[in-house]
Write a protein that binds this ligand. Structure first.
Ligand code: NAD
Ligand code: MG
Length: 400
């Protein structure tokens, strides 16, 4: 078996660490070519010493300098690079076979696009890249022949429920798939009284009942914007209209999503909620390999429940549908406004209950334009951040 050379974008994050855990179980099968991070020097130093990549990228120049000094002191030979361009370089390098796209937010767009344009096996965790510029990313995949494999647990589950030979960016309809059931846990506030949403703290919002994730996606799960972003993600990956996707609350997070077929069959993928399963699936595809995840014990699992999400509890989900309907740059605007609002909430500059209002006002203020170039997407992203920033400045910090 040939060794697969991997670049992990965002290696110090939750998905990045799970990826390294999976890769380290099969040293003869995988070789870590490059690791990248924003500024967490200590964790990157540990990762470099444990996995000995050829290149490490720290986006922040000072962090790169500290890492260089720390690695030299430890006698490690990893080359340290810096700057956002270095991210795209390690994603497109000829010797790289696969790229794990696990940077959070819009910062992941350019290197993910670079990996797709270079025809790599792209393991896509960074859903924001697809939400911002699905048209450009899917176009790059089609033109280069890149193999795009979803890491998001729901989309990975859907992919697993589709026939062998199915490739992302192709429509599922000719395969007899009629509807996609996208499961959502409902996050930590599924049963919390609506009147108390204003007083929610960042730590409460980040305490997800089933999944251990980075802070931004944890807040997105609490507002259910995460599910909204995932509906958009599914539309691009599986080339289906929004009406073909049904979001369903499933508090146990055991069924990761389902595909309903024309003949009445519904295929589901089940497993314990641990991202190492989709990561191992995409790394080994079309084969299977060990991931370190405990097998599911059906006898002790208890009941599996499914409910319809309440629109009033999760207004962010409706905003995602609205942006999808507007089309073009509207989903990039949605994403940018959400990033600004979530960051403000985590910094305690915005009440949790005000997050959807900031996003709605930003969508109201901008017309959707066709996504015909990267400049158009980046321009919409920039402008949406300015408008959302103004909205945050005028909004309530805490609502009791
Ligand atoms: P995280 O916050 O734990 O890690 C983010 C990583 O991105 C870190 O390595 C950080 O250094 C890097 N990063 C942050 N800002 C950056 C910047 N400006 N430039 C370069 N690098 C930067 O996030 P996570 O939970 O691992 O999520 C990563 C992505 O995967 C997100 O898009 C998220 O939606 C998606 N995802 C995560 C999970 C999960 O279980 N954590 C599940 C599904 C999808
Ligand atoms: Mg998900």
């Amino acid at each position: 078996m040939n060794t697969m050379n991997i670049t992990i974008l965002g290696s110090t994050g939750s998905i990045g660490m799970s990826t390294l855990d999976v890769v380290a179980r099969q040293p003869e099968r995988f070789r870590v070519h490059a690791l990248t991070a924003h500024r967490n020097v200590e964790r990157m130093r540990e990762q470099c010493l444990a996995h000995r990549p050829e290149v490490a990228v720290m986006v922040e120049p000072q962090a790169a300098e500290s890492l260089r000094t720390a690695l030299a002191a430890a006698g490690a030979e990893t080359e340290v690079r810096t700057g956002p361009e270095a991210l795209a370089d390690v994603a497109r390098e000829a010797r790289v076979d696969a790229v794990m796209a696990a940077i959070v937010g819009a910062a992941g767009l350019l290197p993910t696009l670079a990996a797709a344009e270079a025809g790599k096996r792209v393991l896509l965790a960074n859903k924001e890249a697809l939400v911002m510029s699905g048209a450009l990313l899917m176009d790059a995949v089609r033109r280069s022949g890149a193999c795009l494999l979803p890491i998001d647990s729901e989309h990975n589950a859907i992919f697993q429920c589709l026939p062998n030979g199915y490739v992302c960016a192709e429509s599922v309809t000719p395969h007899g798939a009629r509807r996609i059931w996208l499961t959502a846990s409902g996050g930590p506030f599924r049963d919390r009284p609506l009147g108390s949403f204003g007083g929610i703290t960042p730590d409460e919002a980040c305490a997800h009942p089933n999944w251990d994730m980075g802070r931004k996606i944890s807040v997105d799960s609490a507002t259910m914007m995460n599910k909204g972003l995932e509906v958009i993600e599914a539309c691009w990956l599986f080339a289906v209209p929004p009406a073909a996707i049904q979001v369903v609350l499933h508090p146990q997070s055991i069924v990761h999503s389902m595909v309903a077929y024309d003949d009445g069959s519904v295929l589901a993928q089940l497993g314990n909620p641990d991202m190492r399963t989709p990561i191992a699936h995409a790394l080994a595809w079309p084969e299977r390999m060990e991931s370190g995840v405990e097998p599911l014990d059906l006898l002790t699992m208890g009941k599996l429940e499914f409910f319809e999400p309440e629109a009033a509890r999760f207004p962010a989900l409706g905003l995602a549908y609205r942006a999808l309907e507007q089309g073009g740059t509207a989903t990039a605007v949605l994403n940018a406004a959400n990033e600004v609002a979530v960051e403000a909430f985590l910094d305690q500059r915005l009440a949790f209950s005000e997050i959807p209002a900031v996003i709605a006002a930003t969508l109201d203020a901008m017309d959707a334009e066709p996504v015909d170039s990267l400049d158009r997407v980046l321009g919409a992203d920039r402008r949406a951040r300015e408008i959302a920033g103004e909205q945050v400045a005028n909004a309530r910090k805490v609502v009791s």
